[in-house]
Structures are given as structure tokens and as C-alpha cells.
Design a protein around this ligand. Structure first.
Ligand code: ADP
Length: 465
């Protein structure tokens, strides 16, 4: 009945809400002046009326600029935590990559949720992924980004000066952002978050040491001197590694030595990321190639434009770009099959790892695309697209959360099996082709037999889920 649908609708699960964000400014260390600026943002929420009466303009957006790991996300969460408002977050690279082509509608949905649950902070990580200057990117990838960027501009304008939804975005490349984004009323406040100096590093180490059993005489200065150039994320990690060290030795306090050792390990990790070993390059190549190989089998994803494993700004290990049919994607006309294909491509690296290295030698290189697949599968189920549940309005009701996860898991497993099947199939075709090229002409019969086998396989290429 109508009433039932309405009730179900009002309990629709927010997709972008982060529950239980309990970060306070006291959790953010070493950023004195920046903290003061963000404390003012908190006041826009808590004393909005006062600001408006005095004619002070409340910004629609704040841009945090700085390298990865310096605490930009942490600061945004602290603003929400201190103001006691809801925190919505998304990484802009997800706008472009998760469901290629539905970026604009995801932006709309994000702001719709933030508005329904106002007051709220919307946090957009890696803004440059979607906010690059329009026209800089040639080809279809650019069009997709344009549609998403335009939608973001519309949403930002919708909240200008109202103080009920404030957007905080993070980027490492403010220089390449579209000028429209930094116009007054949009991201007109730019705050630079630098890497911490020695005093900052001491403070950050101490914040993370608060909840750990530290020896009384720990020499934070020594650790801070050894960690020149490191950011908050790395320093936090040093404390964690030191704690593991302590536990392993069966001791009850973390010592300066634990910290110095952990700092050395962290330093090496940073270097490894810069100087990849041959084995790592091979794994990266397999990771990206596996996605391309599987994508090439699917009608909407088969036009591969570009594959790279060269390190890029940001955190990506590699990148596959697929040329998409943008009319179809932007109009939301993605078929169920295309969405499943997309998930399958995201789990392909895991499948390739299993096929090439074997189950007991799996690496974690596929963790990131695995995460994409998980959220895509969940969105698939929440969108009512799984055959079990489509059209069921009461599926939105919150107490069926567990069922949604189970169904998403089923979808994931199904896509995973298919990724393995397609990868194996591609591998066999490849070997058959090698064979065909090696067979001398006089064995025409063998050649025909193999060709037939090849054709048959081709027809049996997996089509449906
Ligand atoms: P960014 O968003 O700039 O990439 P994050 O905010 O995600 O960085 O930082 C990751 C983690 O590193 C945080 O959750 C926190 O544990 C630690 N961290 C980073 N910067 C700081 C800081 N200034 N003070 C305390 N902890 C920090």
C-alpha cells in the first residue's frame, strides 16, 4: 500500500553516511593555525544564526590541500565531531571509477542524503579526480568527468551560504582544479596542510601514544629526528608497529628502541614503494592486465583505451581506462549485465592472482579493486537489481541490513567465479593461438581440429550470470 511504501522510503539506508565519527580536534596534532581556521567552520554550524545576522558569509566549501597522510580526512571528521553533525564521505575517484558513467547521479545522491540528514559535513577526498580543469582531458573519459563535475558545481551552489551542509574537499593537486570549482561561494577557502616539522612530529607521536602503554622515559625527540619527511599516517603506523614488537617480545611497555626499530621499518616501506622490485612490477602488470583481459570479454567494457603501471600522483598502483558509451552511461541506462560485468572486472586481479600464483601465495595487491567490487555489489543489491529482491520496497528497511550483505556476498562470489572462468578461458585461447602459429603447414588436419576447438570454446565463452 501507499503507506507502506512511504514508511519504507523514509527508512532508506544512507549510502554515504559514516556512522559513529567521534574525532575531536584533540585527536589532530601539530596543525596549530589550521586547527584554528577549522574551529571557525565548527562555529558556522553551532552559531550559524549569529553569523548570518551579522552578514558574515558562510562558505559552501573548504578545500584542504596537501600530500596524502597529513590528516586532511582527520580534520574534516574533527569538524563534524566537534560540531556534532553527520559526516558524509566519498572519494572522488569513486565518482569516476566505481560505476563508470554514473558519477553525476552519485553526486546527486550524496547531496540528497546530506541534505535529508542536515546539518552535515560532506567530505570529498581526491577532488582532483573529478575536478580537473574541463577540456584538459581529451576523449571520452573527459566527458564523463565533465558531467560529474557539472553536477558537483550545481550541488555546491545549492547550499551556498546556508550553513546546513558544508563541503570539505581534499586534494594534493590544487593547481589542476577547474577554475569554476574555486569561484566565490564554492571552494573559496583554501587551506594548505603541510607535512609536519619536528615539533609537529613529536606532537603526532604523542597523540597516538595516548592509548598505548608507553615506557615513561620514551625519547620522542629521538624518534621525531629520525622521521624527517614522514606524515601523520606514517607516524601513527610507527606506534602500531612498535606495539606489535612489544607484544611479540612479551613485554608490557613500548620503549624508545621499539619506536626506532618501527621507524626503520616504516622508512624502508616508503622506499619500497618508490623502488619497485622486478617481482612487484610483474605483480602490478598482472593486476592491471587481468582487468583488461576480463573487460575485453564484455560488450560495454571491451574498448580498452589505455593501461599503465607507471606510478602516478596519489596512491594508485596502476590504471586501466576503458572507453565507454557515454550517452548510455550518463542516462543511467546501464543494464544489470553491465553492472555485473563491472564488478567482475574489479575482482579479476584476485582471480588472476589465484590462477598465476596459487591460493597459498596470494598477495594483497588486489585489495583496492576488491573494495570497489564490494561496494559495487552492495550498491547493486541496494538498487534492487539482484534477482532475489528487485522491486521489493521493504528491502530498504534497516533491519534487513544483514540480508543485504549476504546477497551482496552472493553477487560477489558469482562475479568472482566468472572472473576466474573468463581469465582461464582467455589464457587457453592465448595458448591455442601460440600453438596454431607454431604448427607447420603439412599438419593441416591438426590445425583445423585446433581451430574447431578454438571456435567451440569461443562459442562457449561465458555469457550470462
Ligand atoms: P589524508 O586525508 O591527508 O590523506 P588522513 O587524515 O587519512 O590523511 O590520515 C590518516 C591517519 O593518519 C589518521 O587517521 C591519523 O591516524 C593519522 N594522522 C594523520 N595526520 C595526523 C595528525 N596531524 N595528527 C594525528 N594523527 C594524524
Amino acid at each position: 500500500s501507499g503507506a507502506r511504501v512511504r514508511r519504507a522510503h523514509s527508512k532508506k539506508l544512507p549510502q554515504f553516511l559514516e556512522r559513529g565519527v567521534d574525532v575531536k580536534f584533540s585527536d589532530v596534532a601539530g596543525l596549530g593555525k589550521i586547527r584554528l581556521e577549522l574551529e571557525e567552520v565548527v562555529k558556522f554550524f553551532t552559531h550559524g544564526e549569529m553569523y548570518r545576522r551579522r552578514g558574515v558569509k558562510i562558505p559552501g566549501g573548504i578545500l584542504l590541500c596537501g600530500p596524502p597522510g597529513v590528516g586532511k580526512t582527520l580534520l574534516a571528521k574533527a569538524v563534524a565531531g566537534e560540531a556534532g553533525v553527520n559526516f558524509f564521505s566519498i572519494s572522488a575517484s569513486q565518482f569516476v571509477e566505481i560505476y563508470v558513467g554514473v558519477g553525476a547521479s552519485r553526486v546527486r545522491a550524496l547531496y540528497q542524503e546530506a541534505k535529508e540528514n542536515a546539518p552535515s559535513v560532506v567530505f570529498i577526498d581526491e577532488l582532483d579526480a573529478v575536478g580537473r580543469e574541463r577540456g584538459l582531458i581529451k576523449g571520452s573519459g573527459g566527458q564523463e568527468r565533465d558531467a560529474t563535475l557539472n553536477q558537483l558545481l550545481v550541488c555546491l551552489d545549492g547550499f551556498e551560504g546556508k550553513g546546513e551542509v558544508i563541503t570539505i574537499a581534499a586534494t594534493n593537486r590544487p593547481d589542476i582544479l577547474d577554475p569554476a570549482l574555486v569561484r566565490p561561494g564554492r571552494f573559496d577557502r583554501k587551506i594548505f596542510v603541510p607535512k609536519p616539522g619536528i615539533i609537529g612530529r613529536i606532537e603526532i607521536l604523542k597523540v597516538h601514544a595516548r592509548k598505548k602503554p608507553m615506557a615513561e622515559d620514551v625519547d620522542y625527540m629521538a624518534v621525531a629526528s629520525m622521521t624527517e619527511g614522514m606524515v601523520g599516517a606514517e607516524l601513527a603506523n610507527i606506534i602500531e608497529v612498535a606495539a606489535i614488537n612489544m607484544m611479540r617480545d612479551g613485554r608490557s611497555e613500548i620503549t624508545t628502541d621499539d619506536l626506532l626499530q618501527a621507524a626503520q621499518i616504516e622508512e624502508r616501506g616508503t622506499l619500497d614503494r618508490k623502488d619497485r622490485s622486478t617481482e612487484m612490477w610483474r605483480q602490478l602488470a598482472l593486476n592491471e592486465a587481468s582487468m583488461a583481459v576480463v573487460a575485453a570479454n564484455f560488450s560495454d567494457l571491451k574498448n580498452i583505451e589505455f593501461i599503465t603501471i607507471s606510478p602516478r600522483a596519489g596512491r594508485e598502483l596502476g590504471y586501466v581506462r576503458v572507453k565507454m558509451d557515454h550517452v548510455k552511461f550518463n542516462s543511467g541506462m546501464l543494464s544489470r549485465q553491465s553492472l555485473l560485468d563491472h564488478i567482475t572486472v574489479q575482482v579479476a586481479p584476485r582471480a588472476a592472482d589465484e590462477i598465476w600464483y596459487g591460493e597459498d601465495k596470494l598477495s594483497t595487491i588486489w585489495a583496492e579493486t576488491g573494495d570497489n567490487a564490494r561496494s559495487a555489489a552492495r550498491a547493486f543489491v541496494l538498487g534492487g537489481l539482484s534477482e532475489k529482491h528487485h522491486g521489493l520496497a521493504d528491502f530498504w528497511v534497516a533491519d534487513r541490513l544483514n540480508e543485504i550483505d549476504l546477497e551482496a556476498l552472493r553477487i560477489l562470489n558469482m562475479c568472482y567465479d566468472r572472473a576466474k572462468e573468463v581469465s582461464l578461458y582467455a589464457w587457453q585461447v592465448f595458448q591455442l593461438k601460440l600453438l596454431l602459429n607454431r604448427i607447420p603447414l603439412h599438419s593441416l588436419k591438426i590445425r583445423i581440429a585446433i581451430q574447431e576447438a578454438f571456435d567451440k570454446r569461443h562459442q562457449r565463452a561465458p555469457q550470462d550470470y
